[in-house]
Design a binder for this molecule. Structure first.
Ligand SMILES: [Zn+2]
Length: 338
C-alpha cells in the first residue's frame, strides 16, 4: 500500500491515537480507515500507520511521516520473524506500535530474554537488511493465506477476506503456489495492511534498544532503524571506548569515571545487548575500585596499630599509664578506632 499521488476514497473511521472520533477539523493529524484499504488491520490502525492530515474534504497523505514509518514497520516484521527463530514457535505477537521515531513490539514470553539472545535477534534483522531482500505484498483469500508455512498472524485477530499477505525475500505468488514448502518457515510472512519499504536495505540498520516485561507472560521490545539506529550504535561505540579507557585508570580518577559512566550507560539509548556488555565491564571496574579502597583501609589500619603500639611502648618506658597520639589515616574511622 505505497500510494504515490492523490487518492480518492470514503472515510470509514477516524482515530485520534487513543479513541475513535466522529469527525476531525482541517489540519488535524489523525489516523483513518478508508473504504479502499479494507485490508487494513485494526491493530496497525492503533499503530497510526496510516497517518493523514485532513484538509477541507481532501485527504493529504503525510508522505514525510510515512517515509519514516515504513522502515520501522518492515523491521517489525523482521523482528517478529527473528523472535521465533531465536525463542521458538511459542512467541506470539500481542501488539505493535510503529511511529516515525521507533517501533514497539509486544509478544508472549514468560521470562526476560538473555542479552546474548537479544544480540542474536538484533543481528538476524541486520542480516536481512544487509541481504537487500525485496518486500512483496499481494491479496489472497484468508483460507489460502493461512496455509502458508511459517505465516505469522495475530491470534484472536479478525482478518478481512481477502487478506493482504506481506512476505520478505520471496514472492507471495511463490508461497501461495506451494504453501506447505518447508523453506517458507525461514522467511517472514505476515497478514498485514500496513506501509512497507520496497527492499530491506532501505531500513539501513536496526538497533534493539530494550526488552522488558509489561504483564504476566507478556513482554515488549523497543527498537529503532535507519539514522536512529546508526546514532544508537555510534553512541554505544563511543561509550565502549570510554569504558575501555577507564580500565587503565587508578584510584580516585577511576572511581569518578566509573560512577559517571555507570549513570550514562544506564540512561543511554543504545543496543540492549551492548548495554549489558558495558554494564559487565563496568562492574569489573567497580570491583577494582572496591578492592583498592579496601587495600587503603587495611594499610591505614596497620599504620594506626603500628604507631599506637610504638607510642604505648614509649609511654610505658617513661612510666606513664596512658598516651595520646596523632595518627595520619585521614578520615578512616575503622583505623582510628583501632
Ligand atoms: Zn505489518
Amino acid at each position: 500500500m505505497l500510494w504515490i499521488g492523490d487518492h480518492e476514497s470514503v472515510i470509514k473511521a477516524i482515530y485520534s491515537g487513543s479513541e475513535f472520533l466522529g469527525g476531525a477539523a482541517a489540519s488535524n493529524e489523525v489516523g483513518v480507515v478508508l473504504e479502499s484499504t479494507r485490508s487494513l488491520i485494526l491493530d496497525y490502525l492503533r499503530a497510526l500507520l496510516v497517518h493523514f492530515k485532513l484538509a477541507m474534504s481532501k485527504l493529504l497523505v503525510d508522505y514525510e511521516r510515512r517515509k519514516f514509518v515504513a522502515p520501522n514497520h518492515t523491521c517489525t516484521h523482521m523482528l517478529n520473524f527473528a523472535l521465533r527463530e531465536v525463542l521458538g514457535n511459542n512467541v506470539d505477537q500481542k501488539g505493535s506500535i510503529v511511529v516515525p521515531e521507533k517501533l514497539r513490539f509486544d509478544f508472549s514470553h514468560g521470562k526476560p530474554i538473555d542479552p546474548e539472545l537479544l544480540g542474536k535477534i538484533e543481528s538476524i534483522v541486520n542480516e536481512q537488511i544487509k541481504s537487500e531482500l525485496d518486500v512483496f505484498s499481494k491479496e489472497a483469500t484468508l483460507a489460502e493465506a493461512k496455509r502458508i508455512n511459517g505465516l505469522r498472524a495475530v491470534f484472536g485477530e479478525v482478518y478481512p477476506d481477502p487478506v493482504r499477505v506481506v512476505s520478505i525475500g520471496k514472492q507471495v505468488e511463490d508461497l501461495l503456489a506451494d504453501p506447505e514448502n518447508e523453506e517458507w518457515s525461514s522467511i517472514s510472512t505476515e497478514l498485514c495492511g500496513g506501509t512497507h519499504i520496497k527492499n530491506t536495505r532501505e531500513a539501513k540498520a536496526f538497533a534493539l534498544l530494550s526488552e522488558e516485561g509489561i504483564a504476566k507472560g507478556v513482554r515488549w521490545i523497543t527498537a529503532v532503524t535507519s539514522d536512529c539506529a546508526f546514532q544508537a550504535i555510534e553512541m554505544a561505540l563511543s561509550l565502549e571506548q570510554e569504558v575501555d579507557g577507564a580500565s587503565k585508570m587508578e584510584g580516585s580518577q577511576l572511581e569518578k569515571k566509573v560512577a559517571s559512566l555507570k549513570s550514562r550507560v544506564d540512561g543511554a539509548s543504545i543496543p540492549a545487548a551492548k548495554k549489558s556488555d558495558l554494564r559487565t565491564k563496568l562492574s569489573v571496574l567497580q570491583n577494582k575500585v572496591r578492592k583498592a579502597q579496601k587495600k587503603i583501609a587495611e594499610e591505614n589500619m596497620k599504620k594506626a596499630v603500628k604507631v599506637a603500639t610504638e607510642m604505648a611502648e614509649v609511654a610505658a618506658s617513661d612510666g606513664k599509664g596512658f598516651c595520646i597520639s596523632r595518627v595520619d589515616v585521614g578520615l578512616d574511622a575503622a583505623a582510628t578506632i583501632q
